[in-house]
Write a protein that binds this ligand. Structure first.
Ligand SMILES: [Zn+2]
Length: 61
């Protein structure tokens, strides 16, 4: 089992980006395919994260 799978099992969220508009402020959680997790809080931060987050490409390496 590799790191992303283990992290997914622990957090209960799937790899990829999850955006929640409520409750405010809006927030986004991004679980990269490399296992790295990033969180953005606030509309501008969510938009910025969503523009960077992809499921197929990892920008961390
Ligand atoms: Zn990554």
């Amino acid at each position: 089992m590799n790191a992303p799978d283990r992290l997914t099992a622990l957090s209960g969220i799937s790899p990829g980006i999850t955006i929640r508009a409520e409750p405010r402020p809006p927030r986004a959680d991004w679980l990269c395919r490399c296992g790295r997790h990033e969180r953005a809080i606030g509309r501008d931060a969510v938009i910025e994260l969503a523009s960077r987050a992809t499921v197929t490409h990892c920008p961390h390496t």
